[in-house]
Design a protein around this ligand. Structure first.
Ligand SMILES: [Zn+2]
Length: 215
């Protein structure tokens, strides 16, 4: 593998390379870049130097969609929000999406292709939902569901870090032997995470976690 390029401070269109960030799944270096719109995005160094990225995906898409007059459409807003959750580390929900490694598939970085795949089943009262919540945004993992159904899923998929482990409410429920709806209700009533996860939990599992923490 050739040595990583030094791109700090260099400008690529609207993007300025801030710092080398991490390697992606293929071992290529990703750079944290700041776009002219103040969003932060991660872009492959090779993509930058090849001139194939000159703005964050939202700005790039806005420029394209503006020519199609679509930026205000509800479908477009769903698409743009999806990209923001996964690629803008300053987005309020980034921690649960991009920050957990959830990505948008290459095909759907194009609004036109996203609209081609998902447009026919869309209605403005529906939200974009991932079937496997650890999976990416891609055609086989996505569907439209009602806002109410999504809120219920979100509570079950809420990520909790406890005793050195990061799991969703559903995963904690099955690990500890507590129904996930019970956990959701406890947390909504303001129980501490510690009390919510230990009350009625499997003694064996709690002992295991304690031993792990001690070793
Ligand atoms: Zn931008």
């Amino acid at each position: 593998m050739p040595p990583a390029l030094e791109l700090t401070g260099r400008t690529f269109g609207r993007l300025v390379a801030v710092e080398r960030s991490h390697k992606d799944a293929t071992g290529a270096w990703m750079w944290l870049c700041r776009c002219g719109c103040a969003r932060y995005v991660h872009v492959r160094g090779a993509t930058l130097t090849a001139g194939r990225a000159s703005a964050c995906s939202s700005c790039a898409a806005s420029m394209r969609a503006r020519t199609h007059g679509e930026t205000g459409s509800p479908l477009y807003q769903r698409w743009r929000a999806m990209l923001d959750r996964c690629e803008n580390s300053h987005h309020r929900a980034w921690r649960d999406y991009g920050g957990r490694g959830i990505a948008v598939c290459p095909r759907w970085r194009s609004y036109e292709l996203f609209a081609a795949d998902m447009g026919s089943t869309f209605r403005p009262d529906l939200e974009l939902d991932r079937i496997d919540t650890d999976g990416d945004y891609e055609p086989r993992n996505c569907r439209w569901i009602s806002h109410a159904a999504q809120q219920s899923n979100k509570r079950n998929n809420h990520v909790i870090e406890w005793r050195g482990h990061v799991k969703t409410v559903t995963q904690w429920g099955s690990t500890l032997g507590i129904p996930s709806n019970t956990l959701v209700h406890r947390l909504r009533r303001g129980w501490s995470v510690d009390r919510a996860l230990t009350t009625g939990a499997s003694r064996d599992v709690l002992l295991e976690l304690a031993n792990e923490a001690a070793s």
